[in-house]
Write a protein that binds this ligand. Structure first.
Ligand SMILES: Cc1ncc(COP(=O)(O)O)c(C=O)c1O
Length: 372
């Protein structure tokens, strides 16, 4: 594993393959897996991750946009890919050219896809999104039948899927998600919809773990692929292997005195004489400023607190309690060091956000190194 930079993310592709196999075991029988690799595979690198999930038996890939799909195609990924986000009619020609399935919720895009498919003598594969509580993208539930009837008449269009999204699957249990799943099941039992013989899908990672009734024909795991979860006290967490470790190296160590201020805004004053180390990672690398005075890191297998404000390119840690600290020592911000671990879920909790955001905001400057 060679690298050039002082701050890097190690991506363990065998962990990714393992997590896909865990999902395969959790999913109901004959359910397909669409591995969600949008946002550069949640910061892990979409091309290597796409290849790993395909090797592990995923059936499809999900991306957010046409450009993400083209990146995969141009890297030689010829597997079924669905664009989960909205596309505009002017993108239809490329969507057809690159053999992509498109999520749709308006007629304009279906019309454009149909026209492009006829011209290229291909089939436009579409997944109709229905909104039953997300309050974002989708056809209104009571308009689904009418919409499907209309678009089915377009030439060279195949409705390959009917899908929805679960906004509250990782919130405390209540009636909302079960009633949403029930509503979706009702909608797809309509003969107009059933007769399409499409794939019906709803479940993200939290849906997979907590609501087997949401698995339908296909599940769409994102976060679980990367070995994390947003479900509190989730027993599945123990089965998953975190795929990403975020590491850096100490570039300065200095003795500082009780009462000395640390970093911008002097938000931390040292409670006693100690050793303070500088780590070359900051919010421009995705180590959020919200982690100022909140996060912990590992040095030589011991926990050390982040003190003072996280800067754009650096942060400071108190290494007074760590034995034998040296310049160049490895700092683990996410991952395991000598049996101690910091999970992305811990970092997200410290920053007051979700693991998705921590992972997909890891910056471009952070070198990705791959382990197979
Ligand atoms: C439509 C859709 N399906 C599935 C997912 C995967 O979600 P998660 O990462 O929580 O599994 C996402 C992610 O935002 C999504 O937008």
């Amino acid at each position: 594993m060679s690298r050039e930079r002082l701050t890097w993310a190690e991506i363990d592709l065998s962990a990714i393959r393992h997590n896909v196999r865990v999902i395969r075991q959790l999913a109901r029988k004959n359910v397909e897996i669409m591995a969600v690799v949008k946002a550069d595979a949640y910061g892990h690198g979409s091309v290597p991750v796409a290849k790993a999930v395909v090797e592990a038996g995923a059936d499809r890939l999900g991306v957010a946009s046409l450009s993400e799909a083209i990146e995969l195609r141009e890297a030689g990924v010829y597997f079924p890919i669905q664009i989960l986000g909205c596309s505009l009619p002017e993108q239809a020609v490329e969507i057809i050219h690159y053999n992509l399935a498109q999520t749709v919720s308006n007629e304009e895009i279906v019309y454009a896809l149909s026209k492009a498919a006829v011209k290229e003598k291909k089939i436009a594969r579409i997944h109709v999104k229905v909104d039953i509580g997300m309050g974002r993208v989708g056809v209104a539930a009571d308009k689904l039948g009418e919409f499907v009837t209309k678009i089915s008449a377009y030439e060279a269009v195949r409705v390959e899927g009917i899908m929805t999204h679960l906004p509250c699957a990782d919130e405390p249990f209540d009636e909302f998600t079960p009633s949403q799943i029930k509503r979706f099941a009702q909608l797809i039992s309509d003969t107009r919809i059933r007769s399409l013989g499409a794939r019906y899908h709803a479940a993200n990672s939290a849906g997979i773990v907590r609501y087997p009734a949401s698995h339908f024909d296909l599940v769409r795991p994102g976060l679980m692929i990367y070995g994390a979860t947003t479900v509190p006290d989730c027993p599945v967490q123990k089965l998953l292997k975190p795929a990403l470790s975020l590491r850096s190296q100490i570039v300065q160590i200095r003795e500082m005195r009780e009462g000395d201020p640390v970093s911008y805004g002097s938000t931390h004053r040292l409670p006693k004489d100690t050793l303070v180390a500088v780590v070359p990672i900051g919010y421009a690398d995705g180590f959020s400023r919200a982690l100022s005075n909140k996060a912990w890191v590992l040095v030589n297998g011991k926990r050390a607190p982040v003190i003072g404000r996280v800067c754009m390119d650096q942060c400071l840690i108190d290494v007074g309690e760590v034995d034998n600290v040296h310049l160049g020592d490895i700092v683990t911000l996410i991952g395991t060091d000598n049996g101690e671990s910091i999970r992305v879920e811990d970092v997200a909790a410290a920053a007051g956000t979700i693991p998705h955001e921590i992972l997909c905001t890891i910056g471009k400057r952070v070198e990705r190194v791959y382990r197979n």
